[in-house]
Design a protein around this ligand. Structure first.
Ligand SMILES: NC(=O)c1ccc[n+]([C@@H]2O[C@H](COP(=O)([O-])OP(=O)(O)OC[C@H]3O[C@@H](n4cnc5c(N)ncnc54)[C@H](OP(=O)(O)O)[C@@H]3O)[C@@H](O)[C@H]2O)c1
Length: 322
């Protein structure tokens, strides 16, 4: 089969489109023919050596996808040959086939196509975690969403709106404004140098927001603190784009809640993975959640997809087609 491997830690030149032996379903695993693989910042982080260093190089990148089950190994009961399935947080999705623990798979309902299913596994479950679990948005809350036209930002905005919240989004360029507005953002601020807080405070009559969702790197951190209302919640989530460095807890605004939210804590068991994914699929089927595909690339062009994502020019979800 064809696959994209990373040969070592580094830049996009570490990626290579190669021939690999077809995987075989071991005990407890399913062999899946991949129809779409999701591209995530996490893949760029892995390429840069921030995670999964325990897996030897060259290794197949990619942690998310959708496809059809070709075979199942011993002991697999919940998944059948021919079933359409999706997954997240299992390595090796930049490929034509993957052997994957059956407990990592969720069934895709008939109302959802593979493209959409592959698009919501990482970013949809993350958005769901942030808005329903880490901070359960209440009707009337105002939330500040960074990178509001990105794959995650668009889904997060819609889920906050579904829960009755207001959204102030931040994007880095004017051409992304309409896309964030279409997803439901009530106001969109264009900013790249950390000055968004002033505008957001004006929009909230100086009160600040109930919750800020920030995975946009060190440059936004102080502004995100400034934009919080008294006792507000700071949901920080972006290790790949960089952390704020050591924080002196006594220097933080008093009474705020701050934490590093990780989507995997939303789906710690196969039951929760299936339940939370089913909720996303229901919202999509009912027309309450829309997935924007920002780009589809042949698998061989994975390095180009990384380049585009890093360029900050993309919107919505990027997919690879094996
Ligand atoms: N903690 C978790 O569980 C979790 C899960 C998924 C993703 N994440 C994090 O969420 C972030 C988004 O990742 P994603 O894969 O979901 O992609 P995404 O939402 O599609 O993110 C793309 C957006 O990131 C912004 N961006 C790109 N390069 C940037 C840079 N150099 N500096 C600042 N912003 C930049 C851009 O928005 P603007 O140019 O408009 O700012 C772009 O629209 C990443 O930091 C990722 O590590 C965390």
């Amino acid at each position: 089969m064809k696959a994209v491997v990373m040969n070592g830690i580094g830049g996009r030149d570490m990626l290579e489109y190669v021939e690999r032996p077809d995987p075989v379903a071991g005990p407890g695993e399913a062999l899946v023919e991949i129809t779409f693989a999701g591209v995530n910042f996490m893949d760029i982080g892995i390429r840069q050596g921030m995670a999964w260093n325990e897996l030897a190089n060259p290794k197949i990148l990619g942690v998310e996808g959708a496809g059809r089950v070709l075979a199942v190994g011993d002991g697999v009961e919940d998944t059948a040959v021919g079933e359409r399935v999706a997954w997240v947080y299992a390595p090796g999705s930049y490929a034509q086939r993957i052997a994957i623990p059956a407990t990592s798979l969720v069934p895709i309902p008939d109302t959802i196509d593979d493209r959409v299913a592959a698009s919501v596994m990482m970013q949809g479950l993350t958005a769901s975690h942030f808005a329903t679990d880490f901070y359960a948005v209440q009707p009337g809350d105002t939330a500040f969403v960074h990178a509001a036209a990105g794959g995650l930002g668009l889904l997060l905005t819609q889920i906050i709106k579904l829960r009755g919240g207001h959204v102030i989004g931040r994007v880095s360029s004017h051409d992304k404004t309409a896309i964030a507005t279409q997803a439901g953002a009530d106001h969109v601020i264009v900013d790249t140098d950390g000055r968004f807080a002033e505008q957001a405070l004006q929009l909230t009559d100086g009160d600040g927001v109930d919750v800020v969702y920030d995975g946009s790197g060190p440059t936004t951190f102080q502004g995100s603190l400034d934009v919080l209302r008294r006792s507000g919640t700071f949901c920080w989530y972006g290790p790949v784009l960089g952390g704020p460095g050591p924080i002196d807890i006594m220097s933080l605004p008093k009474s705020i809640k701050i934490g590093y939210a990780v989507f995997s804590d939303h789906i710690p068991t196969p039951e929760l993975l299936r339940a939370h994914t089913a909720q996303l699929f229901d919202w999509i089927t009912e027309g309450k959640l829309t997935v924007r595909i920002g780009g589809e690339y042949p698998l061989a062009d994975a390095a180009q997809a990384h380049a585009d994502m890093e360029s900050r020019a993309t919107t919505g979800k990027l997919l690879l087609v094996p």
